[in-house]
Ligand binder design. Sequence first.
Ligand code: CA
Length: 366
Amino acid sequence: MRITKVEAFHVDWGRSRSAWVRVWSDAGEYGLGEASPMAHGNASLEIVASAFTPLLLGANPLDHRVLQDRLFHHHIKLGPEGAFAGALAAVDIALWDLKGKLLQQPIYQLLGGAWRTEMPFYASIGGNAARSVDAVCRAVEEWMPLGPAQVKIRFDGDKTARDEDLAGDIAKARAVRALVGDGFPLAFDANNRYSVQGAIRVGRALEELGYVWFEEPVLHYHTDSFAKVAAALDIAVAAGEQEYTLQGVRRLIDAGVAVVQPDIVKTGGFTGLSDMAALARAHGVDLVPHQTQPTVGHTANLHFVAALTHSHYPCEYNDRSGAQNAVLASAPVLPVGGKFVLTEAPGLGLVVDEAALRSRAVVWRE
Ligand code: CA
């Protein structure tokens, strides 16, 4: 069995683009993968097209781990982080989807079996730095009818405007606690906007309010600052969506981060994330993947979490528009009764509507 073609393309949604990859085998099947879409995923698509495709053509598509290591080390000077890791992820997810189709098994089965196929989610609600306290509450209220098992308020905002409104941020956290009531799981995502001292002040308020985790309080590359914040607080400090390598996740764990959040479309797909899950388990740390891509990335993440040993938190879900289902012929990727349900369909279980995809696909390079 061998790889006969690799397609790297955008899918144009109007206001945004996804970076998707299809890997074809001589059996006439393809696997679908996705890279992180930063700047439309342009850099990842170029790496797939110019650097990875020549090494993939003719290779055995079932050799996902051998291929990932070969691609990684052959072109390591293009990375090893950022868009390079996204390109590795897209290829790996596509190879797992293809493997599932060839073996007629869902990916979670190939990963060792599902602990769960009905997956609760947490509402990941962004843009709260710019909202008033009332508007934050209205944004949370809009999500509650979907039945999230947890809510995370993300602040986004300007990463260079440090400690801009600590009192305001705490007021928003307090208002959301009052809105959902005591006991409902809440998480707080600072999106890297605090100093160590500011983070400790906000973190103490979050402890009092019973939040379950405090995400990215300081700039992601300041590992020492994470260590100081984690040492000063009892609340679980979370981070990892901006880590791309096994070694990067290890540095966060060493700093005392208790919830690591690598992302399947950024960190080497199933193969990369599986290594990180083993690392987290060895250290008694929770791995709760970051994931904000609503179809391919989201579904890949669901398969991964279905097979994840010792998973204690719901899956991230942040785009309830359902817009990306427009290119699928299979059932839409949407929660039902507060859960995403995985079927026994092979691979990711996604079936592309070829005509609909053709109408939105923009080939990166012929
Ligand atoms: Ca985040």
